[in-house]
Design a protein around this ligand. Structure first.
Ligand SMILES: NC(=O)c1ccc[n+]([C@@H]2O[C@H](COP(=O)([O-])OP(=O)(O)OC[C@H]3O[C@@H](n4cnc5c(N)ncnc54)[C@H](OP(=O)(O)O)[C@@H]3O)[C@@H](O)[C@H]2O)c1
Length: 356
């Protein structure tokens, strides 16, 4: 067992992929977590991390991680971790994650268990109380055992933009059209021949995820379960030739016909538990409203708040649903590794556990 002020022992599953590499970067020098093992497929296992990963980050690999041997998942099964970050494909995660979750906290980006009744699907600024689905840590354990899921990368930007509006006004119907970056397809991803000079107006299962996950995240935690919010979501998803950053064109039927300034104000003043607790990965502003004439643009705005801030602009009337606007969220930071890390920090803080 780790004592209260020791760093919590962490492992990354799927450490060589697009999201896994983000975890490696974000965990380097993290004040609470110490990366003690990395795992990937049989293709990578046995190699040093620097030889196994096709490194695509702008920051160099942390020296200590570069020299770590990549393990198979099975090799990690008997080792002790306080927390496991999963960046596995859903097909692999389905069986693997519950096996780790019997013994430690698993925070995952995979979709395999997102809709399980006992799995909190958490965006820390939106539904922190859903972490109450986890049982308290067992004696001798630093953290609860179980799975915490990070939502789909487009859903995260959507619910962050909508949460202040849900609190201030409420709504029943949303239409969203996404323009999603190629990094969302993982490594090796889409070939340049498929995506350059092109828009692909279809991403497998993506529209269903946006439509189902939104109700669970905006739902109410009560009696050990989540009562989903009654909200109809119509999603249309497109892959576009952008490296990082998902753009969302959103229309919503806000209740009570609020003035435009009230909508802007709801975004501008939005702060939540991660900001109040001062969590290490929490951006000072979860949402930035850029202006009525200033739309968020992937290349310009995706790194706001270290990639954790959702930028919004172009609020205007919608002749069908009332209001429409554009939001942008970084898909591999807020939408994947950064969001999962923030959820992990929230779980740690909620246990009263803050490693120095
Ligand atoms: N990319 C995004 O923007 C994004 C956003 C949100 C959520 N997600 C989700 O996050 C997960 C990871 O996505 P990604 O984009 O990082 O995928 P990726 O680039 O394809 O990486 C997949 C990782 O899983 C490992 N892996 C594959 N098969 C394995 C097996 N049988 N056993 C152990 N490890 C295995 C790979 O190792 P090798 O290198 O050895 O093959 C690699 O490390 C997916 O569930 C995805 O849906 C992705």
């Amino acid at each position: 067992m780790t004592t209260r002020n020791e760093p919590l022992r962490a492992a990354i599953l799927g450490a060589t992929g697009t999201v896994g590499q983000r975890f490696v970067t974000l965990l380097a020098g993290h004040p609470w977590f110490e990366l003690t093992a990395v795992a990937a497929s049989e293709r990578s296992a046995g190699k040093l991390y620097r030889d196994a990963a096709t490194w695509i980050q702008t920051r160099p690999i942390d020296d200590a991680v570069a020299a770590m041997p990549v393990r198979t998942i099975d090799e990690l099964m008997d080792r002790d971790f306080d927390i496991v970050f999963s960046a596995l494909d859903a097909s692999v995660a389905r069986d693997v994650e519950p096996r780790f979750a019997r013994r430690c906290l698993v925070v995952t980006n995979a979709s395999a268990h997102r809709m399980d009744a006992d799995v909190p699907l958490v965006v820390p600024e939106v539904n922190p109380d859903h972490l109450s689905l986890l049982s308290p840590p067992e004696d001798g354990k630093a953290l609860p055992a179980g799975i915490v899921a990070n939502p789909n990368c487009s859903t995260i930007g959507l619910v962050l933009a909508l949460k202040p509006l849900a609190d201030a006004f409420g709504f029943e119907r949303i239409s969203v059209v996404t323009l999603q970056a190629v990094s969302g397809a993982g490594l090796p991803g889409i070939s340049s021949y498929q995506i350059l000079d092109n828009v692909i107006p279809w991403i497998s299962s993506e529209e269903e995820k946006l439509e189902i996950e939104t109700g669970k995240i905006l739902g109410r935690a009560a009696g050990g379960t989540i009562e989903p919010a009654e909200v109809a979501v119509s999603a249309q998803c497109n892959r576009v030739p952008v490296v990082d950053g998902h753009t969302l064109c959103i229309s919503v039927d806000l209740k009570g016909e609020p003035a435009m300034e009230d909508v802007r104000e709801a975004w501008r003043t939005f702060r939540a538990e991660p900001q109040e607790r001062g969590l290490p990965s929490a951006p000072a502003q979860p949402i930035v409203y850029l202006g009525d004439d200033e739309p968020p643009q992937a290349r310009v705005h995706r790194d706001l708040g270290h990639g954790m801030t959702t930028s919004i602009g172009r609020l205007r009337e919608c002749p069908i649903l009332g209001y429409r606007f554009v939001a942008l969220s970084h898909n591999t930071l807020r939408g994947a590794a950064g969001g999962a890390l923030l959820a992990a920090e929230l779980a740690v803080a909620r246990c009263g556990r803050r490693a120095a």
